[in-house]
Design a protein around this ligand. Sequence first.
Ligand code: URA
Length: 432
Amino acid sequence: MVSMLSIIEAKKNKAPLDETQIQFWVDGVVNESIPLYQSASLLMAIRLNGMTFEESWLLTKAMTASGDRLHYDQHPIVVDKHSTGGVGDKVTLVLAPLVAACGVPVAMLSGRALGFTGGTIDKLESLDGVQCELPEPTLMKMMDEVGWVNAQPSSRIAPADRALYALRDVTGTVDSIPLITASIMSKKLAGGATHLCLDVKCGSSAFMKTESSASELAHALCRVGELGGVKVGGVISRMSEPLGFAIGNYLELWEAVQYLKSWPQSPLASLIEALAIRMLLMYDPSISDPRAQLMNAIDRGAALESLKRYLAFCGGKKTAVQHLVEDDLGWGNARPVLAPKDGYVDTIDGHGLALDALALGAGRMTKEDRIDPMAGFMLRVGIGDRVEKGDPLMHVFGDRAGDADPLLLGRHFGIIPQARPATSLILASVDP
Ligand code: URA
């Protein structure tokens, strides 16, 4: 007879778990018949002793089947994107409307901010009226009317992951490739897409610190996708500085709008282009010039319209959407952080900035905390830029901007006498 104790003992002794054992555990997590301390013990045994690829796949399968699975039946191809997360990561806010404006159905499920990590849902909901927690039938309607879906998953999508992720978060068991694989892919398989474009981050403030561990995770995600019937490919990208200039919910939404309006050239634009091109080719491999299609969607205003349509569908007030598109951010009320010396910007500590933005109200320390949508930073410089002493490095926004200490904030910028050669954000491509 299977028991939770025998499963823990097996993993403690490095034996692979079989389908019956994994199913027993996942069922017990969802119906709460297994105490959290036993799941915590098994998670730590997995974290320390690993899982074979077969076990990771069986866990993904059981976690996916623990809840509902979305189906966009009228669309034979639906494309999703997953990023393992980064400071200032507003890629989804640009990518989804851009790709959808080229006629590709896009379906994504996104999360909220907790700790220093940002959440796409909080960024979208920073606009007055927008509400992204929607029931499943509304998502089908959203796909029909908007052309793309992004929403907070209901508690019926992969409930086993919801319970296990919360436990991993407080038991030091997040950083396990088989567990990350099952966690990500169970939500992706349940989310209803047929194709998944990955942006696996690697660097000091990412889950994966080295390119080789990022590559290992990316390949596990591809293999699990293949078994689950979802084609997966993408890129591995560098995550050692904030993505783009804005850090903070409304500020990031505002920056996304600037990309959809005029496509400024930047490392972030290159990353979004690489992902968008992959998504277009996943939808139709015969497209001969995907970049031209993307730029055409920007130039004729279709990409921006697509975001506006989405925000209106989710309840965004007409005046708020209009204001977002025309907003100049009122720089006069923001607090500048000035360069302490002449030189070239060599490093920007994204993790440090994210923690300070959190302290100013841009995120939540606990699930119940209220976010100040305007709180955050707008960087005025990027890596490699020349600065003179007294030039603004960034501006601080939000109700509590007055609490910020500009001198301390300035320490997140490394300034050196000579510029170093620029490096691309993209480190490698990931092919199925
Ligand atoms: N993101 C997830 O959804 N799950 C993990 O385990 C890690 C990152």
